[in-house]
Write a protein that binds this ligand. Sequence first.
Ligand SMILES: [Zn+2]
Length: 139
Amino acid sequence: MDTFDELFVRNGFDTPSWSGVGVGWYSLLDRLLLDLRLLDVNDKITLEQVKEKYGGLRFYWSPARYAPRGNELWLVGELKDNALYHAVSDRIREAETESERTCELCGEPGTLSSKGGWFRTVCPNEPGYTPLNDTQKEP
Ligand SMILES: [Zn+2]
């Protein structure tokens, strides 16, 4: 099985810093990265950070790419096409939504649950988690 870093490298992206999610989300992340590669935006965007927050995937990115040149960073590509920008945003949002019903630990269907005050999307098989009902999910 690939590591978190390998998912990015295999799809032609630099691994974002300060990032990581549970192995249960690797499959949906891998499919997202493949689709981004197929949209041919690798040299036009930067993946800033990929992490879990309040039980859901958070995929932060920016529509420009920089590369080191000497001691400075130079702009090497930009995502200027409006339709393509929305295609990227929509595909990322789709993966974030999918994460909200996928166990972050094993990949089986899951729901937002809590354990000792921490929120995570997990399946019923993960020990110690209490599923939140729909009322509790509303802010
Ligand atoms: Zn699970």
